[in-house]
Design a protein around this ligand. Sequence first.
Ligand code: FES
Length: 165
Amino acid sequence: MLIDALEKMAMVADLLTDEQRKRAVLMQVFYKVQKENNYLPEDKLREISEELKIPLSEVYSTASFYKQFHFMPRGKNIVCVCVGTACHVRGAPKVLEKLEEEFGVKAGETAKDLSVTLETVGCIGCCGLAPVITLNEEISGEVNAKKLKEVVDIVLGKTNVQLTS
Ligand code: FES
């Protein structure tokens, strides 16, 4: 079965032109660069463009199509507030307001000291736990004042306890 899959992949690879192969590696390169830098710096995008001989505009437009790639430095911690309907109804605007106040940034911004980036998302799929936030991929549901303080303390380095889910 594995051999079949490998043979099929090889057949597909044979059908690709050099141009298609170059574009196929773009995503992997983006992931690698973002992992190393926490975002996609302009000079790296220029380097990718030159190395792969793909116009910079095309490199940029491909990367910008995907929400997971970022073009500005991001914080060491990523706090994301769900602002989907269920979370909105159950207090997400107040949660967001409190976090903006605590971190001194607006949604979509990164603190100057790069301690945190505050983001919003439409729905993360656990509406039954609304309101929901995430801290670096960890989900915290039924967010209340105590949980918000936990998140703030973790981000500001006042504690190293784990986030209560
Ligand atoms: S609306 Fe927030 S998790 Fe669905």
